[in-house]
Design a protein around this ligand. Structure first.
Ligand code: NIG
Ligand code: FE
Length: 388
């Protein structure tokens, strides 16, 4: 079926444009061909019955780590007894332990595919995903090849600078130089951006600057993990580097927010990683909204801080702890991330000419996507007009 209408959507939430009650849209050759009320749909088209339910665009997740093996359930239990993320990392856990599991896995491709299918099952039809658990120039490049399992639209980010691998212990600059050398190849393998974890114990602004400058001169975008574990002027650094996005920002204050705004850097907020680490300090979305900034919400799907593939869960956290409304949260999981990923003409909205990526939810009111906790799953997900 490549030409059909979805009819009787109780609430069609196109994102750009008002909600249509008893809404409908026509899908033709994988694209949205028309949007309007059900009673205006031509009678001769095959139909899919929306059954009075909520229909939204497929969700867009601007920050995920899906190229990893195994999990870190032991650390989860350590944290439940009071250990911190940093203490665990200093004792051989953390990113390096997933690096070891990922290097050893013989079925990494299947594991990546399983992670990405989980995202789709939760209503995400486009996502950014990072390498970062190979931690050698060679493995990071190999992981770029695995980063798109072919189940959704993927934007790939090279995160060689996630943590210092044991082979380069005591030689941050040596590792950075080795990464810089493979950036052209990363680009050739489809990376559209680079990322780095800027935090004490990981990478400092001064160490990482040459890597970001090399990336920029190749035309790669820059995403940065900043101000996650403490107030380290990471937002100011992201502004200085003219990053596309500054991600996390739990400890960013008003001056950091102003710096991002002036530099046109889009925040990507990851409340599930705050929740996942059992912390209480969420990023200051209210200050960002007050400043009139657009920002994304994303899962940060990863085995350490944020083992969730659910954007609805993230939306629920943003509404409960960050002062966002359900409508703002939905925009932050559709339209804004589609623009950040350069897909503003194709994704994140149900409008004529856009890709027919959409979700039918088992609800009557779109606010329920953020309201229910723990069991929010789509009824049906379509990518390019095909139900998956
Ligand atoms: O975004 N902060 C760095 N990266 C991840 C955590 C990765 C891990 O612990 O494996 C994050 O929270
Ligand atoms: Fe992350």
């Amino acid at each position: 079926m490549n030409h059909y209408a979805v009819v009787h959507c109780g609430q069609l939430v196109p994102i750009k444009g008002p909600i249509v009650n008893d809404g409908a849209f026509i899908v033709k050759d994988g694209k949205i061909d028309w949007v309007g009320p059900t009673d205006a749909v031509p009678a001769d088209l095959p139909t899919v019955d929306g059954e009075g339910k909520v229909v939204t665009p497929g969700l867009v997740d601007a920050h995920t780590h899906t190229v990893f093996a195994a999990n870190r359930v032991e650390e989860f239990e350590f944290r439940s007894r009071g250990a911190t993320y940093q203490e665990i990392a200093e004792n051989g856990g953390g990113i390096r332990s997933t690096m070891e599991a990922t290097r050893q896995a013989t079925d990494l491709e299947e594991q990546v595919r399983a992670h990405q299918l989980r995202l789709v099952r939760n209503g995400t039809t486009t996502f950014e995903t990072k390498t970062g658990y190979g931690l050698s120039p060679k493995l990071e490049l190999q992981h770029l090849d695995l980063a798109d399992a072919g189940v959704a639209t993927v934007r790939k980010t090279f995160l060689g600078a996630h943590a210092l691998p044991p082979e380069f212990e005591g030689d941050v600059n040596g590792y950075i130089s080795a990464l810089i050398q493979v950036l052209p190849e990363a680009k050739a393998k489809g990376a559209s951006a680079v990322d780095a974890f800027i935090e004490p114990g990981y990478f400092t602004p001064d160490a990482i600057r040459p890597y970001l400058e090399a990336a920029r001169s190749l035309g790669l975008g820059i995403h940065l993990h900043v101000d996650q574990l403490g107030p380290h002027q990471g937002a100011q650094f992201a502004a200085e580097m003219q990053a596309t996005t500054a991600d996390h920002l739990e400890f960013t204050d008003e001056s950091g927010i102003r710096a991002l705004m002036r530099a046109g850097v889009t925040p990507v907020l990851l409340p599930a990683s705050v929740y996942g680490l059992g912390k209480e300090k969420y990023p200051d979305a209210k200050a960002m909204m007050k400043a009139g900034m657009a920002f994304c919400l994303a899962t940060d799907y990863n085995p350490g801080s944020s083992p969730t593939s659910s954007l609805p869960f993230v939306m629920g956290l943003a509404c409960r702890y960050m002062g966002m409304s359900p409508a703002q949260a939905l925009v932050a999981c559709t339209m804004i991330p589609s623009a950040v990923l350069g897909l503003q003409e194709q994704k994140g909205s149900i409008e004529v000419g856009f890709d027919a990526d959409f979700v039918i939810w088992p609800y009557k009111d779109y606010r329920e996507i953020a309201y229910w906790i723990g069991d929010v799953l789509p009824e049906r997900v379509a990518i390019a007009g095909k139900f998956v």
